[in-house]
Design a protein around this ligand. Structure first.
Ligand SMILES: N[C@@H](CCC(=O)N[C@@H](CS)C(=O)NCC(=O)O)C(=O)O
Length: 214
């Protein structure tokens, strides 16, 4: 039997270089040393699921593999980890068994989603004067303050013998994205900035800078 050409078996990440959920998966792919291609979603306003790798939610990222397509950052990261060899020691959200850790993960993902809602309302031309918009901004500010206050205790509570954690990757992608998209100034969050400085020394972080795809 002839082996399938590598181009057909290589996983494909579908996303955008400016997307924080996509960057999580690109950092994982780099850390897991998974050769892959990157398919850019050109039109974020497209209502064709095929543009999103078949995701009916019309969200990126997705990961196309010979076994099927995985929707959403966490699913994608888990599959990249399953494909890696040797498998790095990764701390996943379900391993976070203390309130400070589990709550930090919850707030990172919620803040990322709130940021998406704020950016999409800007892209979609909605004004930012509604009461809901104001509430989202308050909520985002509250979440970032909580994360800044609790970052050091949460990070110290992570299992020490790890290669990577979904919490750290997603926190890094959130904080750096807020600055990149000018959603919120991040200078006041000194603990989060200290963490980002440390995390940015990883090759996986410097290989995946945010930028707007041409
Ligand atoms: N649950 C998804 C959320 C992904 C998400 O919100 N992605 C953003 C880009 S960072 C998106 O697709 N935005 C387009 C839209 O909201 O219409 C995940 O965890 O990956």
């Amino acid at each position: 039997m002839t082996a399938a050409p590598e181009a057909l078996t290589r996983p494909v990440i579908i996303g955008r270089s400016s997307s924080h959920f996509t960057r999580i998966t690109r950092i994982f792919a780099s850390e897991m040393r998974i050769g892959h291609s990157f398919q850019v979603l050109r039109d974020i306003m497209s209502s064709n699921p095929e543009d999103y790798g078949g995701n009916p939610a019309l969200k990126i990222p997705s990961l196309r593999t010979p076994r099927g397509t995985w929707f959403g950052a966490l699913n994608v990261c888990r599959e990249l980890w399953r494909q890696s060899s040797p498998r790095p020691r990764v701390v996943w959200p379900e391993d976070l068994d203390q309130p400070v850790l589990a709550n930090a993960q919850e707030l990172v993902l919620q803040a990322m989603s709130t940021e998406v809602a704020l950016i999409m309302s800007r892209v979609g031309g909605a004004g930012d004067s509604s009461a809901h918009h104001a509430k989202m901004r308050t909520s985002l500010g509250n979440m970032m303050s909580w994360l800044d206050e609790n970052a050091s205790s949460a990070l110290a509570a992570l299992p020490p013998h790890r290669d990577l954690s979904f919490l750290e990757v997603s926190l890094f992608c959130l904080v750096t994205h807020l600055e990149f998209r000018e959603v919120l100034p991040t200078a006041p969050y000194s603990e989060l900035n200290r963490f980002c400085q440390r995390f940015s020394t990883r090759a996986s972080a410097s290989e995946t800078p945010y930028r707007f795809d041409a």
